[in-house]
Design a protein around this ligand. Structure first.
Ligand code: AMP
Length: 277
């Protein structure tokens, strides 16, 4: 496995990789969610490239960029085990030199949900993912359903800008108690970690209501909020039942619905979702 720090080395390495190339972009501190993406890429492609880059442009000024967990050595050991061909782990100055002056932005859907709570976040994501796609030139790129809006935004970017690759969405991997795996889970103390189970419970409640025939999203949101509020440590950013294409809030569920939420436990902000229908 090659570990690569510069864009030019990555471009040279790419020329030597047998196609198709599968690509998994990450911010590192790898867990079972990331590994599931890598395994899917390994199954479906001849070569696999993983990037590890904590992208400063997708963090707001008061967010956790500095604090975000990093363990490059541990990550490399995991990826070696998984049979990855190349890991691209550049420094921020390599990706954004002093004179960097461009951005890639998807409009509309990036203003909703996460975009509403984290202004500029998706612009940072699409800018870096676009650069990474240009550098790695994969045939397929793998993203997690855990970040549902992110994958919707990336699909839209790829379609709108005619990017020549396939975006593949992989299911959310969870801890035994249902908490979605996340690099940020280690921020939580034991009480917060225990409380955080309510996220998955509230999503399962929504799914149960839907399966019992409930289609009124007001009733679903209300029950989810009520359940989450039984946890004293939980601070809700949003609880949403939206159209998965437009991310507009739905009144009634007639087709598919994306049930998503963002909740803070102390300083840790968690997101999760399920798709109904
Ligand atoms: P991150 O390192 O958090 O930027 O995540 C890198 C990729 O892994 C993204 O496509 C995420 O959606 C995906 N991912 C993160 N957590 C999970 C999870 N629990 N299950 C599946 N995919 C995940």
């Amino acid at each position: 496995m090659k570990t690569i720090k510069t864009i030019s080395e990555m471009q040279d390495c790419r020329k030597t990789l047998a196609e198709p190339v599968g690509f998994v972009p990450t911010m590192g501190y790898l867990h079972g969610g990331h590994i599931s993406l890598v395994r899917k890429a390994r199954e479906e492609n001849v070569s696999v490239v993983v990037s590890i880059f904590v992208n400063p442009k997708q963090f707001g000024p008061n967010e956790d960029f500095e604090k975000y967990p990093r363990d490059l050595q541990g990550d490399l050991e995991i990826l070696e085990e998984e049979g990855v061909d190349a890991v691209f782990a550049p420094e921020a100055a390599e990706i954004y030199p002093q004179d960097f002056n461009s951005r890639v932005e998807v409009l509309g859907i990036t203003q909703k949900l996460e975009g509403n709570c984290r202004p500029g976040h998706f612009r940072g994501v699409t800018t870096v993912v676009n650069k990474l796609f240009n550098i790695v030139r994969p045939q397929r790129a793998y993203f997690g359903q855990k970040d549902a809006q992110q994958v919707i935004v990336i699909q839209k970017m790829v379609k709108d800008l005619n990017m020549n690759l396939e975006v593949i969405t992989c299911p959310t991997i969870r801890e035994e108690d249902g908490l979605a795996m996340s690099s940020r889970n280690i921020y939580m103390n034991p009480e917060e970690r225990q409380s955080a189970i309510v996220l998955y419970r509230s999503l399962m409640l929504a799914q149960d209501m839907y399966q019992r025939g409930e289609r009124d999203t007001g009733a679903i949101r209300k029950e989810m909020v009520r359940l989450i509020k039984t946890e004293e440590l939980a601070r809700i950013d949003y609880v949403s039942v939206a159209d998965p294409a437009t991310l507009d809030e739905l009144d009634m569920i007639t087709g598919k619905a994306l049930v998503s939420l963002a909740v803070k436990f102390g300083k840790t902000r968690l997101i999760d979702n399920v798709v109904l229908g």
